[in-house]
Design a protein around this ligand. Structure first.
Ligand code: PDD
Length: 286
């Protein structure tokens, strides 16, 4: 039985409650973050807290507490649930005004809802998929235009994941105007002639916290990085491909739409980046 956090209280998961009028339940009016835990410590916590603040500001949503309080809640949940390796899921919603209405409730009288829970994932950093690589399909990107805000509107990404499963693959890459935007829950990369290529930041993609850290590691290791969009055809002809996220770190992609990428096995650049990223982020973990 997990202990979860809801609006100031630590409760057994079966006793935690949120109103049926909560704006996230009725309108998907909520934002979230996923922070990984390795060796009992939080990876890239500052980055996730900063992005949460940005998501809230972009949606005129009130912050439920300070960053220091958020860190304390994360740590308390990790301790209470004895998490060595796993994830902390956090969600902030615009709260409940006690009825359904398209207009936002008055933030003076309606408090945001804050929920956090842990997911235990022993051996998270030793995921066998990192050795085998994953297979992706491409799918049209029909999500809304503010993908830089980490909202809980995840129906289409869930449908994309199901389409991938149905095709015998692991994940989907979204394509818009002939170019890859990102993965269903990760940022997408290819490697060609030693150069790491990933789409530039804009409102078209989520500004991945792992992306920022991995690109920093790549530059420190004198690897060449080019931030630009690429097509599925380019990915099929690349030497390597990979994705990054808080839950998968750096994950090699070995097949795109049925075509082998490079040798069809995880490449050296992805392996090296995964190693450096895990080493650096563990050192900085809180
Ligand atoms: N997903 N792009 C999308 C659409 C995402 O949902 C995510 C994260 C990322 C990577 O961001 P980061 O490196 O900050 O995790 C990119 C999380 C892990 C999820 O929804 O579970």
């Amino acid at each position: 039985m997990r202990t979860v956090y809801v609006n100031g209280e630590y409760l057994p998961e079966t006793e935690a409650k949120v109103s049926i009028f909560d704006r996230a339940f009725l309108m998907a009016d909520g934002v979230y973050e996923v922070t990984s835990v390795l060796g009992g410590k939080l990876i890239d916590f500052d980055g996730h807290a900063r992005r949460l603040a940005r998501s809230l500001a972009e949606l005129d949503m009130k912050a439920p507490c300070t960053e220091d309080e958020l860190l304390a809640i994360h740590r308390e949940l990790v301790a209470r649930n004895e998490i060595t390796d796993g994830l902390v899921y956090l969600q902030v919603t615009r709260g409940s005004a006690g009825d359904r209405d398209f207009a936002f409730p008055d933030p003076e009288t309606t408090e945001p809802t804050l929920v956090l829970f842990t997911q235990n994932k022993p051996g998270l950093a030793d995921n066998p998929a990192a050795k085998a690589g994953i297979k992706v399909i491409s799918i049209e990107d029909i999500r809304w235009g503010r993908r830089d805000i980490k909202t809980v509107q995840l129906l289409y990404p869930s449908m994309a994941k199901m389409a991938a499963k149905k095709a015998g693959c692991d994940d989907a890459w979204f394509v818009e105007d002939g170019k890859v935007t990102e993965g269903s829950s990760n940022n997408a990369y290819i490697v060609k002639g030693g150069k790491i290529i990933t789409r530039e930041l804009s409102t078209d993609i989520l500004h991945g916290i792992t992306r920022a850290a991995v690109l920093r590691c790549a530059k420190e290791a004198q690897m060449e990085v080019e931030e630009r969009s690429f097509s599925i055809d380019e990915a099929k002809e690349a030497d390597e491909a990979f994705v990054t996220s808080a839950s998968s770190f750096v994950m090699p992609v070995v097949e795109v739409d049925g075509a082998k990428v490079g040798t069809g096995t995880p490449g050296p650049v992805a392996a090296r980046l995964r190693e450096i990223y895990l080493e650096e982020s563990l050192k900085a973990a809180v």
